[in-house]
Design a protein. Structure first.
Length: 255
């Protein structure tokens, strides 16, 4: 019994210590956002994997139409992963006469990739951008999203992530939102201390060269956390890959 009490006390002490360390990192950090002019901004590719997302995909695509980024410096590639609903029809109809958008039906697997990773692997092969920006079909982004992510990247920084919040629609959604924001805060706190932990796959930028150096998603064994596996591969090659979270790179995800 005494052992259990001591064990519980130790766990509580560790938990409190982690919260204090994260809080101190926030209080000590003075973030200096970099900004790039339109002329300095590179060409980017935005990748979206979609499967049975008829309820959300139009919200996602509509948000991408309002980006504060030069129209001639980005492309948006949507990969339809064998959807059995009206996802393909909705996307195809939406992107008519929108030259920045392209839809690809993904019917085969390449390399080791499966599911979402397989879609992203094939979209990355078609992408022309200096940076690959990845978000999900159930996610809406803010106008400053691409500009903020790109502005935080440099020659040594391979991956940059943004903040994603869960859209509130009730008690369960509120609980998910609180849990997710807590996770985001932990990532940010440790990133401020130079202890980057992972990337956020629904709100992420990766530089083209580091991505190619890993062999791409098709060279990564299947995982439900494909974003972390890619992050891990990048870090193994000595690249700096912070889980850098900024307000301007915020997105909202459906519960």
């Amino acid at each position: 019994m005494i052992f259990l009490i001591y064990a519980a006390a130790l766990i509580i002490a560790i938990y409190i210590a982690i919260q204090l360390v994260v809080l101190i990192s926030f209080l000590q950090h003075r973030e200096q956002e970099k900004t790039l002019t339109d002329d300095e901004l590179p060409f980017i590719s935005i990748l979206i994997a979609a499967r049975n997302e008829e309820r959300n995909i139009l919200y996602c695509l509509t948000s991408l139409c309002g980006l504060n980024y030069p129209k001639n410096k980005y492309e948006i590639l949507v990969g339809n992963d064998g959807s059995e609903d009206h996802t393909e029809h909705f996307v195809r109809d939406f992107i008519k006469e929108k030259s920045s958008f392209a839809l690809y039906n993904i019917t085969e697997e390449i390399g080791l990739a499966k599911g979402k990773a397989n879609v992203l692997a094939q979209l990355a092969r078609k992408a022309k951008g200096e940076y690959l920006l990845i978000t999900d079909a159930d996610t809406e982004v803010l106008p400053e999203w691409p500009r903020t992510l790109v502005s935080q990247a440099d020659n040594n920084t391979a991956i940059v992530s943004g903040i994603t919040v869960v859209r509130s629609g009730g008690l369960i959604d509120d609980m998910q939102q609180t849990d997710w924001l807590y996770f985001m805060a932990l990532l940010q706190g440790f990133a401020y201390m130079g202890r980057s932990a992972t990337a956020v796959g629904n709100n992420m930028l990766i530089s083209r060269r580091p991505y190619d150096e890993t062999g791409g998603y098709e060279n990564i064994p299947f995982s439900v956390t494909e974003d972390y596996k890619l992050y891990e591969r990048v870090r193994e090659r000595g690249r700096k890959a912070p889980a850098h979270l900024t307000e301007g790179a915020q997105s909202c995800r459906s519960a």
